[in-house]
Design a protein around this ligand. Structure first.
Ligand code: ZN
Length: 492
């Protein structure tokens, strides 16, 4: 697609790197789905070798990329290609292999310890590992370089150019509004805090049929997409002709399984609708984690938790899950939208979810900035949980130890969840200038919404950085007002 000879050369040399990513992505998908339990050693070996091969090939592109960058006839596409490769180059040249290895090894050990510590609610067991990881991540931030706060260097890995100034601005506008809306909803009881369907048990085979019908409603393609089962639902975008999602079947409260499907389909639709010309290039994927999460949240919440979508799934629920037949469509809608301040992030509703993120963000920022010690994290967590959500963890297993991210070194990842909700709100507002979304969902014409998203967001892949893409298509960046407006309209 490039007319520039040097960029063409870069793209030619990028093809094996794309193939390595493709292979490594498929191995990761297999780990979560079908790999025999004891196969983790050879898999870890193979993954590490692939990573080294990638690093070598990317590093070899340095001088060619530098030369290509100086060309005067570069298009947005060319600049996007060079930008993404430069991000990898920056990482590989700044972070020494010894630090990468140390991080990798510590994370592998720490994840095993964390699992046990969470089960026993024993923070003391995990503390020395977390201290080591925080220390290594602080070293990583120093090596990568940053302006302002060292945490910026870590967030940039997941959301390009994101700074604490951006995130502070989002949360300072979001938090007081969420508190206000939540208080009113709880006081007035317009949405229930619990529902009898939460304890209803289902047969996996019946729930599979419901989820397959959800795929049909979302018009997911049969020949380029598949769904499997894993403990933690995720999406693997291998290419625009090969995207896979997973869901889980816990046998209770069927909405968890169904909304995992809708959420992951949001990620999948993004990957499936990238312009196929971008396949085998660095641009054939979503722009950032925040943008990606905006797509999953858009389908899961803005579309999936609406009255209109409830109407679409109601017939299949009654048909496959007999215990739902005594509930009206409105009753099911209320079950889909219970509002309950709870301790666990992954169980949180639309109104309380972002509180779970703001407290993780504040703690991460302070740990990386050296403003608090690891030993202070549990108390900080519990105090903020009480302040924001109004509940206090009885033990660290349901508090500071609940998520896997810190043991795997994923500092800087959490904020992208809230950015996803925020960008989802911006898209929900913008799309309605062209489409009456409630009417469209009511008519089951979800293809229209998908087409809009393809034209404005998906087809561009990673051509533009997340900030540039938002500015171009939505005329603003990370503006939480639209999310607040949507929540007010729905809940007040
Ligand atoms: Zn997601």
């Amino acid at each position: 697609m490039s007319k520039n000879a040097l960029v063409q050369d870069v793209l030619e040399k990028y093809k094996p790197i794309w193939a390595l990513d493709h292979a490594s992505g498929l191995l990761e998908w297999d780990i979560e789905t079908y790999m025999p339990v004891d196969a983790s050693k050879p898999r870890g070996f193979a993954q590490a070798q692939l990573a080294l091969m990638k690093q070598e090939r990317v590093t070899n592109l340095a001088s060619l990329v530098a030369k290509a960058e100086k060309q005067s006839d570069l298009t947005d596409y060319d600049r996007g290609v060079l930008r993404i490769i430069k991000r990898d180059l920056h990482y590989y040249t700044r972070v020494p292999p010894s630090l990468l290895e140390d991080l990798q090894r510590t994370a592998t050990e720490a994840t095993v310890v964390w699992r046990d510590a969470r089960k026993k609610a024993d923070f003391g067991k995990f503390k020395p590992y977390l201290e080591k990881i925080v220390d290594l991540k602080r070293q990583e931030a120093e090596k990568l370089g940053y302006q302002g706060h060292p945490y910026n260097a870590l967030m940039d890995r997941f959301e390009e150019e994101l700074t604490t100034t951006d995130v502070d601005k989002v949360f300072s506008a979001l938090v007081p509004n969420l508190k206000r809306i939540l208080k009113k909803v709880l006081d007035e009881g317009k949405y229930p805090t619990s529902h009898p369907l939460e304890s209803a048990t289902y047969e996996e085979a019946s729930m599979r049929r419901v989820n397959e019908e959800v795929l049909r409603i979302l018009n997911m393609p049969e020949r380029t997409f598949r769904m499997d089962v894993s403990t933690h639902p995720f999406t693997a975008g291998m290419a625009t002709e090969d995207v896979r999602i997973t869901t889980r079947y816990e046998g209770k409260s069927f909405k968890d399984s169904m909304y995992s499907v809708i959420h992951e389909c949001g990620h999948a639709i993004y990957e499936l609708q990238v312009n196929p010309d971008l396949d085998y290039t660095p641009l054939g994927r979503g722009s950032s984690l925040g943008l990606h999460e905006s797509q999953s949240r858009f389908w899961e919440n803005f579309v999936g938790r609406s009255r209109e979508f409830t109407k679409l799934v109601y017939p299949t629920l009654k048909k496959n899950l007999s215990f739902t037949s005594s509930h009206s469509e409105e009753g099911i809608y209320k079950y889909f939208n219970t509002v309950k301040p709870s301790l666990i992030r992954v169980e949180a509703d639309e109104l309380t979810y972002n509180f779970h993120i703001v407290l993780r963000y504040e703690i991460e920022k302070k740990l990386i900035g050296g403003e608090v010690e690891v030993s202070e994290a549990p108390a900080l967590w519990n105090n903020m949980m009480e302040e924001f959500v109004g509940v206090r963890p009885e033990n660290d297993g349901v508090g500071v130890l609940q998520d896997v991210h810190w043991s795997s070194g994923g500092f800087g990842y959490f904020p992208t969840y809230s950015l996803g909700n925020v960008i989802g709100g911006m898209i929900y507002d913008r799309i309605q200038k062209d489409i009456d979304i409630k009417k469209t969902v009511d008519a089951g014409d979800l293809g229209r919404i998908k087409a809009w998203l393809r034209e404005h967001i998906h087809k561009l892949g990673a051509t533009y950085s997340p900030k540039d893409l938002q500015q171009r298509e939505l005329a603003e960046t990370y503006n939480p007002e639209h999310l607040v407006k949507y929540l007010e309209r729905k809940y007040l």
